[in-house]
Design a protein around this ligand. Sequence first.
Ligand SMILES: Cc1cc2nc3c(=O)[nH]c(=O)nc-3n(C[C@H](O)[C@H](O)[C@H](O)COP(=O)(O)OP(=O)(O)OC[C@H]3O[C@@H](n4cnc5c(N)ncnc54)[C@H](O)[C@@H]3O)c2cc1C
Length: 386
Amino acid sequence: MTTFLSTGTLPDHYEQLAKTVRDFAQSVVAPVSAKHDEEHSFPYEVVAGMADMGLFGLPFPEEYGGMGGDYFALCLALEELGKVDQSVAITLEAGVSLGAMPVYRFGNEEQKQEWLPLLASGKALGAFGLTEASGGSDAGATKTTAKLDDGHWVINGSKQFITNSGTDITKLVTVTAVTGDNNGKKEISSILVPVPTEGFTAEPAYNKVGWNASDTHPLSFDDVRVPQENLLGERGRGYANFLRILDEGRIAIAALSVGAAQGCVDESVKYSKEREAFGRAIGTNQAIAFKIARMETRAHVARAAYYDAAALMLSGKPFKKQAAIAKLIASEAAMDNARDATQIFGGYGFMNEYSVARHYRDSKILEIGEGTTEVQLMLIGRELGL
Ligand SMILES: Cc1cc2nc3c(=O)[nH]c(=O)nc-3n(C[C@H](O)[C@H](O)[C@H](O)COP(=O)(O)OP(=O)(O)OC[C@H]3O[C@@H](n4cnc5c(N)ncnc54)[C@H](O)[C@@H]3O)c2cc1C
């Protein structure tokens, strides 16, 4: 397996995948992005297209219905989709990295056989419910409970801001819940909740600032009964296992962010060659060219950071610090580039139908979801022994 990943020298199979997804993003995603954003509608037809291409199965072995690729392949796909439409990219990211990956990493053989072929096919989506109203950064503050009763877990509580949890094709929500007390410390486990299950409700979708075509709901659990066998991984390891999933997920979010940052560069280069002011293209002004050069630099450096974290992960080495660094700088690159691109587009940059305006609204959440900027700094500091 190749673990040396450098921008510009990717092995052919990765290049080929990136090109295929780039073509799909341009021909299928881009034409409907503004419409779904405006209508806050879930892009079922685009998701079906991604499913047909096998994108939901990218990092899973063929024996579980996957494509036999790896996590870096998923990242490349997310980067290409993120250039064009962050809602579509996060739908894939959450479906694979948060929805299906916990089953692959921590499930027993029966659970893998039951869920992975379905989730890897993209015909069904899984969601990951960690965050609660009481806190996302302090996710160990979980209040949702699961108690054993007659061979079943009975789950009560609620989750907040859960991606892909209320679509017509959502079939699984994996949640953390307090399952007991371990010498005064909460015992947190993760449990598979098939959708639908009586007592489980995806409440009405949020009205968000961005990622309008991505599906996000509060969830409530009212005496939800699932078989005892739906425990995912070891009892009491739920929180630790979810943190491992988030470490990986940060590389994926970094890749998506790099896509957004690069999308802003590409749009700005095009626009600044076409748009004229004072009798010449605005890009001939060094003030504009320098701004775009800085944007390109941010995207490039952030890409190198996520390639580095992915290379460590693929070679089985510790990657927590590098994943946090990649997520931190890539999400900031996306936000900074979106702000600069909007400035370059002038008044048009403030019109919702322009993709830079969408990136401007969409990019903010990249600095919040799957660990805020401050949480990344905490993790990096901890890795330095601080
Ligand atoms: C669109 C969207 C989709 C999401 N999808 C999912 C999902 O699928 N599954 C899921 O489980 N969650 C999901 N989330 C939740 C997301 O992960 C959390 O919102 C995020 O982790 C932050 O948690 P919080 O909102 O509770 O903010 P808080 O944790 O309340 O943080 C508030 C502020 O305080 C800062 N802060 C907190 N603690 C410290 C500290 N010790 N030092 C310095 N600063 C600190 C934070 O950085 C932040 O700026 C989603 C959120 C959104 C908006």
